[in-house]
Design a protein around this ligand. Structure first.
Ligand code: CO
Length: 335
């Protein structure tokens, strides 16, 4: 039997009022404005951030889009704008509890097709661990995190502690870049999305490898990086060469970066069959999950088109379109 088509990278911004957003205690609180014409606007404080479509908050619209594009199951994660990592930790913990409850309610519209991921107050490791434990008990299938909090990346001690906890409670982790580096040099044209996100992801993956964090993290940790791992897979050879030739590079890790490829997966959101073929060659067909970035305009319009166009082997195609995600996100009960 062929596995279901699973989109592992899809976002939700549940209906959250400005008053609810204010509870986060930041000046630019995220909230969702619904407009009379059926459209919506993601807001930060009093400012319009981005116009959005109803699939972002309305489960019926989401399910209709899935039906139209042949997606059986979506793994639903919050919109990174909602992370709240700049807020005081206790406020962020309450905020995450609210967001996680709304995500569960959204996915309850079709529990066999919409798979919820929680978010956590990553700025406080104890609260983050408590939040993920509670969320998994409440029905979340895993956790969605950014790739850093300020200058602390996932190789930071507290982050390693959090990731270890996720492995212990069996929660898979989807890492999505946010708060992109160098944004002050990337004005206009969404360059932080086009360049910054790819670089943030590569930076995080290389830090995990070169710092020796992967040597400390449990092998049972399930970790997935969005956007095909950003610049990492394309430039892996450069990092490996540097590891072999410079003691500065290899000082803290037991293996070159390519030695840790079996420790994580990536999604397929690279938008070009040639790039996808390289990605699959680097990572292996069992380490790439279909991801579309639904419902944003920077996402793949028909999730899986690039996989179907780029991957010749029917077996590999089925793995990437859904087989891998069934294992990664524990989807045995889903269609
Ligand atoms: Co995304």
């Amino acid at each position: 039997m062929r596995p279901p088509v699973v989109d592992s990278h899809a976002h939700v911004f549940p209906e959250i009022s400005r008053a609810e957003g204010r509870a986060l205690g930041v000046a630019d609180e995220p909230w969702l404005r619904r407009d009379a014409d059926g459209a919506g606007m993601m807001m930060t404080g009093g400012a319009e951030y981005r116009p959005v479509t109803a699939g972002l908050w309305d489960p019926a619209e989401r399910l209709a889009a899935m039906e139209a594009t042949g997606v059986d199951v979506q793994v639903v994660s919050s919109t990174p704008l909602m992370f709240g990592y700049d807020a005081p930790a206790d406020r962020a913990a309450d905020w995450c509890a609210l967001v996680n409850e709304r995500i569960l309610a959204h996915c309850a519209a079709a529990p066999e097709r919409l798979v919820p991921l929680c978010q956590v107050p990553l700025q406080d490791v104890d609260l983050a661990c408590e939040t993920v434990t509670a969320a998994v008990a409440a029905g979340h299938h895993g956790v969605h995190i950014g790739n850093h909090v300020g200058t602390d990346y996932l190789d930071d001690g507290a982050m390693v502690e959090f990731l270890t906890h996720c492995a212990q409670v069996g929660a898979p982790v989807l890492v999505h870049p946010w708060d992109m580096l160098g944004a002050d040099r990337m004005a206009g044209h969404m360059l932080p999305w086009l360049v910054g996100m790819a670089a943030e992801t590569q930076l995080t993956m290389l830090r995990l490898a070169l710092s020796g964090a992967f040597d400390r993290l449990p092998e049972s940790l399930r970790l997935c990086f969005a956007h095909g791992g950003g610049s990492f897979p394309y430039l892996l050879g450069r990092a490996d060469n540097a590891w072999h030739r410079r003691d500065l590079v290899r000082a803290d890790s037991a293996k070159p970066p390519s030695g840790y490829l079996d420790r994580f997966t990536v999604d397929s959101a690279v938008f070009d069959p040639r790039a996808l073929r390289l990605l699959v060659e680097v990572m292996g067909a069992d380490r790439v999950l279909l991801g579309s970035d639904y419902p944003f305009p920077l996402g793949e319009e028909t999730p899986g088109d690039v996989v179907r166009a780029g991957i010749a082997s029917p077996g590999d195609r089925d793995l990437i379109l859904g087989g891998n995600a069934v294992g990664f996100f524990d989807l045995k009960g889903n269609r």
